[in-house]
Design a protein around this ligand. Structure first.
Ligand code: AMP
Length: 285
């Protein structure tokens, strides 16, 4: 595995691969790898000739007061884990390489970036503008044929699918299932912030989703029933969610009823960690 820090070196390393018609798979990450990230790397390794993992804690997707400075980092450990998964190139640029002086461009997706995490009173659409701008850059830098994202960040995955479709970016977006700890907690780099007691409270998120699934299995499909089952689990864990919402999994429009493929998404602050989780109800994706 090669560790590369500049765009020029990255392109020089990939040029022969592009010319030989070998497929490049890109797994964008902010590092502090866990099994969720590794599942994306494995999928990329199975499907692509060359696997590039980017490791970049993207400052533009953090708002004021968010955890940019304290975001957990351990490049050495990440490099060892990536190498063990057969990653060919670890692309770990510094912020000035990605945003050189004079950088003035932003790629934005509207509509679906202004709800859930993107609501103005939460992270705001600027969060997703940070994501879509850096992902566009990473796709251009790597010429990736396939890019891998996690369903854990369901809204982000949807926004990236929209970006790629709207701008005719020649990449296939693969969204991989959420990887969880044995007790159901969705893996997240931010779980590192949780004390044992907070980690126990954090289980309320996944338990809320499972309770909602049970309602749907029992044939209770209206939003009120599904949300109150989920809310009861959050209450039982002492969690006041930032949001708990039922929305169309296709376009994030509000859903009054589980109908086809419906997204139930939850976010909550638990101690220092802002956690999100979701499930698709009544569908197969
Ligand atoms: P991050 O490093 O948190 O930006 O995540 C990098 C990629 O890994 C994103 O596409 C995430 O959606 C994905 N990811 C994060 N956590 C999980 C998880 N528990 N299961 C599957 N994918 C995940």
């Amino acid at each position: 595995m090669r560790t590369i820090r500049t765009v020029a070196e990255l392109r020089a390393a990939l040029e022969p691969e592009w010319r030989a018609g070998r497929s490049v798979g890109l797994v964008p990450t902010m590092g502090y790898l866990h099994d969720g990230h590794l599942s994306l790397l494995r999928r990329a390794r199975e499907q692509c000739d060359v696997v590039v993992m980017s490791l970049f804690v993207n400052p533009t997707q953090f708002g004021p007061g968010e955890d940019l400075d304290s975001y957990p980092r351990d490049e050495q450990r990440d490099a060892a884990l990536a190498e063990a998964e057969g990653v060919d190139v670890l692309f770990a640029p510094g912020p000035d390489e990605v945003y050189p002086p004079g950088f003035a461009t932003s790629v934005t997706v509207s509509g679906i970036t202004a709800v859930l995490d993107g609501a103005p009173e939460r992270r705001g659409p600027e969060h997703f503008a940070g994501v879509t701008t850096v992902v566009t850059k990473l796709l251009n830098m790597t010429g990736a044929e396939v890019a891998y994202f996690g369903q854990k960040d369901a809204q982000q995955a949807l926004v990236i699918r929209r970006l790629v479709r709207d701008l005719d970016i020649p990449v296939r977006v693969e969204v991989c299932p959420t990887v969880r700890d044995a007790d159901g907690l969705a893996l997240s780099s931010r779980n590192a912030y949780l004390s044992p007691a907070e980690r126990h409270r954090a289980l309320g998120l996944s338990r809320a989703l499972r309770a909602a699934e049970a309602e749907v299995s029992a044939g209770r499909l209206d939003a009120a029933a599904v949300l109150s089952a989920a809310r009861a689990e959050l209450d039982a864990h002492g969690i006041e969610p930032e949001y708990l919402e039922l929305r169309s999994a296709a376009d994030l429009s509000p859903a009054e009823r589980v109908n086809g493929s419906t997204l139930l998404a939850v976010a909550a602050q638990v101690g220092r960690a802002r956690l999100i989780d979701n499930t698709i109800l009544g569908g197969t994706t």
